[in-house]
Design a protein around this ligand. Structure first.
Ligand code: UDP
Ligand code: MG
Length: 318
């Protein structure tokens, strides 16, 4: 197999009903690009015949097909991560197995990369998903825009293209729960977005339940922002300030007017004050936990785009 220009990564989890349709469209679309490519399928612990179908496809087109079989179900993003570790192409495109992202659109992404972009995201035109999914996505997109530094119009679409350097950076992240398009964004110097078509699932059903969608969005929010943790310290700070003033006010009032309801309010004020100190303490803990968390994720802290320096002379060999 020559070194491919393009690796297409496709996570597969119980997709037996749609795999043949995928092969029938994917390979002609890739052949039409006329560049050396590899299609890398990651079987994410399917319990149906998906693995056997992938094996058969490998035998049919071994020169451009690679199959990675995981021993269990690790989720879409970890499956893609496994693909990132294995792929050999200079450019890497991720794609869903259910044909919701038309493989014929890959050329459009590559054209954007030709213009110098190292990461090409996509925006789905006429998204073909249930109304509540579209509504929930819009909400999550907005929340993410506010609390992280990641700007994507459509975070959910997995048809994306990545430069090899970004793929390597992502694969070097050791974290277990992550959201690959967002991670790529943090490493990208020149991201771009293109509009792509979106189709209904060719066969089978969505592998995401409401619960796993909620989990995925937690990964996105907590993986890229410690604001949820830090909110506590802000809240604690404001509350302790307010209740501190309240204590002072009641103290003065007591001296001037005398105790009200036998000092019950004073007691309240003191309790509020203590509670807010407690909240602040939790928030402060959160600040430290947040830092520990960022540290243990062990992401590369930066990526160097280039180094400009005079060629240095090796004096020993001179
Ligand atoms: N997928 C996977 N592991 C999982 C869940 C999904 O590899 O645990 C794959 C699935 O086979 C498909 C892609 O991830 O290729 C997207 O899944 P799906 O189409 O069910 O998600 P949706 O389009 O509903 O968001
Ligand atoms: Mg889908």
């Amino acid at each position: 197999m020559p070194t491919p220009n393009l690796s297409v990564i496709i996570p597969v989890y119980n997709e037996e009903a749609g795999l043949q349709a995928l092969f029938d469209r994917l390979y002609p679309a890739l052949d039409a690009l006329r560049i050396p490519y590899e299609a890398v399928f990651i079987n994410d612990g399917s319990t149906d015949r998906s693995a056997a179908l992938l094996r058969a496809q490998f035998e049919k087109r071994p020169e451009v097909t690679r199959i990675v079989l995981l021993n269990g179900n690790y989720g879409q993003h970890m499956a893609i991560m496994a693909g990132f570790e294995q792929c050999r192409g200079d450019r890497v495109v991720t794609l869903d197995a259910d044909l919701q992202n038309p493989p014929e659109e890959i050329g459009k992404l590559l054209a954007a990369m030709d213009e110098g972009h190292d990461y090409v995201g996509t925006v789905r035109q006429n998204r073909q998903d249930s109304t509540w999914r579209r509504w929930a996505s819009r909400l999550m997109n907005r929340l993410r825009e506010r609390i992280t530094r990641i700007h994507m119009t459509d975070q959910g679409c997995m048809l994306r293209a990545y430069d090899r350097r970004i793929v390597r950076a992502i694969a070097s992240c050791r974290e277990v729960n992550t959201f690959i398009p967002a991670l790529a964004y943090t490493f990208s110097a020149h991201p771009a977005e293109v509009a792509v078509r979106h189709e209904e699932r060719a066969a089978g059903e969505s592998k995401y339940s409401l619960y796993s969608l909620v989990r995925l969005n937690f990964d996105l929010v907590t993986g890229f922002s410690v604001i949820p943790l830090q909110l506590f310290s802000l809240l604690g700070m404001v509350l302790s300030l307010l209740s501190g003033l309240f204590v002072v006010y009641l103290f003065i009032r007591r001296l001037v007017v005398g105790p009200e309801a036998e000092g019950l309010f004073t007691l309240f004020a003191i309790t509020f004050f203590l509670i807010s100190i407690l909240l602040f303490g939790i928030g402060l803990l959160g600040e430290y936990v947040g830092r520990i968390y960022q540290q243990v994720r062990d992401r590369p802290r930066f990526l160097i785009e280039a180094i400009l320096e005079a060629p240095h002379e090796d004096t020993e060999n001179a």
